[in-house]
Design a protein around this ligand. Sequence first.
Ligand code: SAM
Length: 215
Amino acid sequence: MARSLSGLVKELVSEGYVRSKRVEEAMLKIDRALFLPEDAKPYAYADTPLGIGSGQTISAPHMVAIMAELLDPPKGGKCLEVGAGSGYNAAIIAEMMGPEGKVVSVERHAALAAMAERSIAAAGYGERVKVVAGDGSLGYPGGAPYDRAIVTCASPALPEPIGEQLKEGGWALVPVGGRMWQTLYKFEKRKGNIVPTAHGGCVFVPLLGEHGFRE
Ligand code: SAM
Protein backbone atom coordinates (compact mmCIF):
# COMPACT_ATOMS: atom_id res chain seq x y z
CA MET A 1 0.00 0.00 0.00
CA ALA A 2 1.30 3.44 -0.92
CA ARG A 3 2.09 5.56 2.19
CA SER A 4 1.83 8.95 0.56
CA LEU A 5 -0.22 10.74 -2.06
CA SER A 6 2.79 11.01 -4.36
CA GLY A 7 3.48 7.27 -3.87
CA LEU A 8 -0.11 6.42 -4.80
CA VAL A 9 -0.06 8.57 -7.94
CA LYS A 10 3.34 7.12 -8.95
CA GLU A 11 1.82 3.64 -8.62
CA LEU A 12 -1.20 4.64 -10.78
CA VAL A 13 1.13 6.05 -13.45
CA SER A 14 3.32 2.93 -13.53
CA GLU A 15 0.23 0.68 -13.73
CA GLY A 16 -1.05 2.70 -16.71
CA TYR A 17 -4.25 4.05 -15.08
CA VAL A 18 -2.96 7.64 -15.10
CA ARG A 19 -1.90 8.43 -18.67
CA SER A 20 -2.03 12.21 -19.01
CA LYS A 21 -0.24 15.05 -17.23
CA ARG A 22 -3.55 16.75 -16.41
CA VAL A 23 -4.93 13.72 -14.53
CA GLU A 24 -1.58 13.21 -12.79
CA GLU A 25 -1.46 16.85 -11.70
CA ALA A 26 -5.08 16.87 -10.45
CA MET A 27 -4.56 13.66 -8.45
CA LEU A 28 -1.33 15.04 -6.94
CA LYS A 29 -2.96 18.33 -6.04
CA ILE A 30 -6.08 16.99 -4.33
CA ASP A 31 -5.46 15.05 -1.13
CA ARG A 32 -7.88 12.08 -0.97
CA ALA A 33 -7.50 12.10 2.85
CA LEU A 34 -9.47 15.38 3.01
CA PHE A 35 -12.58 13.56 1.75
CA LEU A 36 -12.53 10.67 4.23
CA PRO A 37 -14.04 10.16 7.67
CA GLU A 38 -11.45 9.94 10.50
CA ASP A 39 -11.44 6.12 10.68
CA ALA A 40 -10.66 5.77 6.95
CA LYS A 41 -7.90 8.42 6.79
CA PRO A 42 -5.05 5.93 7.51
CA TYR A 43 -5.98 4.13 4.26
CA ALA A 44 -6.30 7.29 2.13
CA TYR A 45 -3.42 6.31 -0.17
CA ALA A 46 -4.42 2.67 -0.68
CA ASP A 47 -5.82 1.87 -4.12
CA THR A 48 -9.11 0.59 -2.75
CA PRO A 49 -12.68 1.84 -2.21
CA LEU A 50 -13.36 2.96 1.39
CA GLY A 51 -16.51 3.41 3.47
CA ILE A 52 -17.74 7.02 3.81
CA GLY A 53 -20.95 6.44 5.80
CA SER A 54 -24.61 5.91 4.79
CA GLY A 55 -23.52 2.48 3.43
CA GLN A 56 -21.63 4.18 0.55
CA THR A 57 -18.02 4.25 -0.66
CA ILE A 58 -15.42 6.53 -2.18
CA SER A 59 -14.24 4.84 -5.40
CA ALA A 60 -10.79 3.25 -5.69
CA PRO A 61 -8.21 5.76 -7.00
CA HIS A 62 -7.53 3.65 -10.14
CA MET A 63 -11.24 3.91 -11.06
CA VAL A 64 -11.16 7.69 -10.48
CA ALA A 65 -8.12 7.84 -12.80
CA ILE A 66 -9.73 5.66 -15.51
CA MET A 67 -12.86 7.85 -15.47
CA ALA A 68 -10.93 11.15 -15.39
CA GLU A 69 -8.89 10.07 -18.44
CA LEU A 70 -12.04 9.08 -20.39
CA LEU A 71 -14.00 12.12 -19.23
CA ASP A 72 -11.24 14.52 -20.39
CA PRO A 73 -13.26 17.53 -19.19
CA PRO A 74 -12.55 20.72 -21.16
CA LYS A 75 -11.02 23.82 -19.54
CA GLY A 76 -13.84 26.17 -18.51
CA GLY A 77 -16.45 23.46 -19.17
CA LYS A 78 -19.59 22.37 -17.35
CA CYS A 79 -19.86 18.87 -15.92
CA LEU A 80 -22.67 16.98 -14.20
CA GLU A 81 -21.73 14.30 -11.68
CA VAL A 82 -24.30 11.83 -10.34
CA GLY A 83 -23.23 10.35 -7.00
CA ALA A 84 -21.22 13.03 -5.15
CA GLY A 85 -20.39 10.56 -2.34
CA SER A 86 -17.35 12.05 -0.58
CA GLY A 87 -16.92 14.89 -3.09
CA TYR A 88 -13.43 13.70 -4.14
CA ASN A 89 -14.26 12.96 -7.78
CA ALA A 90 -16.04 16.30 -8.18
CA ALA A 91 -12.94 18.12 -6.88
CA ILE A 92 -10.68 16.23 -9.33
CA ILE A 93 -12.95 17.22 -12.25
CA ALA A 94 -13.14 20.83 -11.03
CA GLU A 95 -9.34 21.02 -10.84
CA MET A 96 -9.04 19.64 -14.39
CA MET A 97 -11.50 22.23 -15.77
CA GLY A 98 -9.70 25.17 -14.18
CA PRO A 99 -11.08 28.26 -12.40
CA GLU A 100 -13.72 28.94 -15.07
CA GLY A 101 -15.14 25.39 -14.95
CA LYS A 102 -18.32 24.40 -13.13
CA VAL A 103 -19.35 21.02 -11.68
CA VAL A 104 -22.85 20.18 -10.46
CA SER A 105 -22.76 17.04 -8.32
CA VAL A 106 -26.00 15.35 -7.23
CA GLU A 107 -26.20 12.98 -4.24
CA ARG A 108 -29.29 11.15 -3.00
CA HIS A 109 -28.13 10.91 0.64
CA ALA A 110 -28.59 14.37 2.19
CA ALA A 111 -25.99 13.62 4.92
CA LEU A 112 -23.37 12.70 2.31
CA ALA A 113 -24.25 15.74 0.18
CA ALA A 114 -23.63 17.98 3.22
CA MET A 115 -20.33 16.21 3.99
CA ALA A 116 -19.21 16.42 0.35
CA GLU A 117 -20.02 20.14 0.27
CA ARG A 118 -17.90 20.74 3.39
CA SER A 119 -14.93 18.70 2.10
CA ILE A 120 -15.04 20.36 -1.33
CA ALA A 121 -15.04 23.80 0.32
CA ALA A 122 -12.15 22.78 2.62
CA ALA A 123 -10.17 21.66 -0.43
CA GLY A 124 -10.74 25.09 -2.01
CA TYR A 125 -13.28 24.16 -4.71
CA GLY A 126 -16.47 25.54 -3.13
CA GLU A 127 -16.86 28.21 -5.82
CA ARG A 128 -16.53 25.74 -8.68
CA VAL A 129 -18.68 22.85 -7.41
CA LYS A 130 -22.37 22.98 -6.53
CA VAL A 131 -23.56 19.96 -4.53
CA VAL A 132 -27.27 19.17 -4.77
CA ALA A 133 -29.18 16.64 -2.63
CA GLY A 134 -31.64 14.69 -4.77
CA ASP A 135 -32.21 12.06 -7.45
CA GLY A 136 -29.39 12.46 -9.98
CA SER A 137 -31.00 9.95 -12.37
CA LEU A 138 -33.06 12.99 -13.42
CA GLY A 139 -29.85 14.90 -14.14
CA TYR A 140 -29.94 18.54 -13.07
CA PRO A 141 -31.77 20.63 -15.68
CA GLY A 142 -30.89 23.88 -13.87
CA GLY A 143 -27.23 23.57 -14.93
CA ALA A 144 -27.77 22.09 -18.43
CA PRO A 145 -26.51 21.78 -21.09
CA TYR A 146 -23.32 19.99 -19.97
CA ASP A 147 -20.06 19.34 -21.82
CA ARG A 148 -19.63 16.18 -19.79
CA ALA A 149 -21.57 13.95 -17.40
CA ILE A 150 -20.23 11.24 -15.11
CA VAL A 151 -22.34 8.74 -13.21
CA THR A 152 -20.39 7.18 -10.36
CA CYS A 153 -22.98 4.51 -9.60
CA ALA A 154 -24.32 1.56 -11.60
CA SER A 155 -27.25 2.14 -13.94
CA PRO A 156 -29.39 -0.24 -16.05
CA ALA A 157 -28.85 2.16 -19.02
CA LEU A 158 -27.95 5.78 -19.81
CA PRO A 159 -30.61 7.69 -17.84
CA GLU A 160 -32.63 9.49 -20.54
CA PRO A 161 -32.60 12.94 -18.89
CA ILE A 162 -28.79 12.85 -18.73
CA GLY A 163 -28.56 12.19 -22.49
CA GLU A 164 -30.98 15.06 -23.10
CA GLN A 165 -28.96 17.45 -20.90
CA LEU A 166 -25.68 16.83 -22.81
CA LYS A 167 -24.33 19.38 -25.28
CA GLU A 168 -23.83 18.35 -28.90
CA GLY A 169 -20.35 16.79 -29.08
CA GLY A 170 -20.34 16.13 -25.33
CA TRP A 171 -20.33 12.76 -23.60
CA ALA A 172 -21.44 10.90 -20.49
CA LEU A 173 -19.61 8.09 -18.68
CA VAL A 174 -21.93 5.55 -17.10
CA PRO A 175 -21.30 2.10 -15.54
CA VAL A 176 -24.08 0.11 -17.24
CA GLY A 177 -25.21 -3.36 -16.23
CA GLY A 178 -26.76 -5.16 -13.28
CA ARG A 179 -26.47 -4.44 -9.57
CA MET A 180 -23.38 -6.69 -9.16
CA TRP A 181 -21.08 -5.74 -12.04
CA GLN A 182 -21.11 -3.42 -15.01
CA THR A 183 -19.32 -2.21 -18.14
CA LEU A 184 -18.12 1.37 -18.24
CA TYR A 185 -19.74 3.09 -21.25
CA LYS A 186 -18.98 6.39 -22.91
CA PHE A 187 -22.14 7.83 -24.55
CA GLU A 188 -21.27 10.56 -27.04
CA LYS A 189 -23.87 12.94 -28.48
CA ARG A 190 -23.26 13.29 -32.21
CA LYS A 191 -25.78 15.15 -34.38
CA GLY A 192 -28.42 14.54 -31.75
CA ASN A 193 -27.76 10.77 -31.65
CA ILE A 194 -26.18 8.93 -28.74
CA VAL A 195 -23.20 6.78 -29.75
CA PRO A 196 -22.03 4.25 -27.11
CA THR A 197 -18.54 2.72 -26.73
CA ALA A 198 -17.52 0.17 -24.07
CA HIS A 199 -14.43 0.69 -21.88
CA GLY A 200 -14.02 -2.36 -19.65
CA GLY A 201 -15.60 -3.92 -16.60
CA CYS A 202 -16.27 -2.20 -13.29
CA VAL A 203 -18.19 -2.56 -10.03
CA PHE A 204 -20.25 0.29 -8.56
CA VAL A 205 -23.05 0.64 -6.02
CA PRO A 206 -26.45 1.01 -7.72
CA LEU A 207 -28.01 4.23 -8.96
CA LEU A 208 -31.31 4.24 -7.06
CA GLY A 209 -33.92 6.51 -8.57
CA GLU A 210 -36.55 7.17 -11.19
CA HIS A 211 -34.24 6.33 -14.14
CA GLY A 212 -32.06 3.89 -12.23
CA PHE A 213 -32.78 0.79 -10.14
CA ARG A 214 -35.78 0.56 -7.85
CA GLU A 215 -35.08 0.76 -4.11
N1 SAM B 1 -18.05 10.04 -6.68
C1 SAM B 1 -17.99 9.61 -5.31
C2 SAM B 1 -16.75 10.06 -4.61
O1 SAM B 1 -15.92 10.75 -5.20
O2 SAM B 1 -16.64 9.75 -3.42
C3 SAM B 1 -18.22 8.13 -5.15
C4 SAM B 1 -19.60 7.75 -5.46
S1 SAM B 1 -20.22 6.31 -4.67
C5 SAM B 1 -19.35 5.02 -5.45
C6 SAM B 1 -21.85 6.29 -5.41
C7 SAM B 1 -22.77 7.36 -4.87
O3 SAM B 1 -23.94 7.41 -5.69
C8 SAM B 1 -23.27 7.07 -3.46
O4 SAM B 1 -22.93 8.13 -2.60
C9 SAM B 1 -24.79 6.96 -3.62
O5 SAM B 1 -25.53 7.45 -2.52
C10 SAM B 1 -25.01 7.79 -4.85
N2 SAM B 1 -26.29 7.58 -5.56
C11 SAM B 1 -26.96 6.41 -5.79
N3 SAM B 1 -28.11 6.67 -6.46
C12 SAM B 1 -28.16 8.02 -6.66
C13 SAM B 1 -29.09 8.90 -7.29
N4 SAM B 1 -30.22 8.48 -7.85
N5 SAM B 1 -28.80 10.22 -7.30
C14 SAM B 1 -27.68 10.71 -6.71
N6 SAM B 1 -26.76 9.93 -6.11
C15 SAM B 1 -27.00 8.60 -6.09
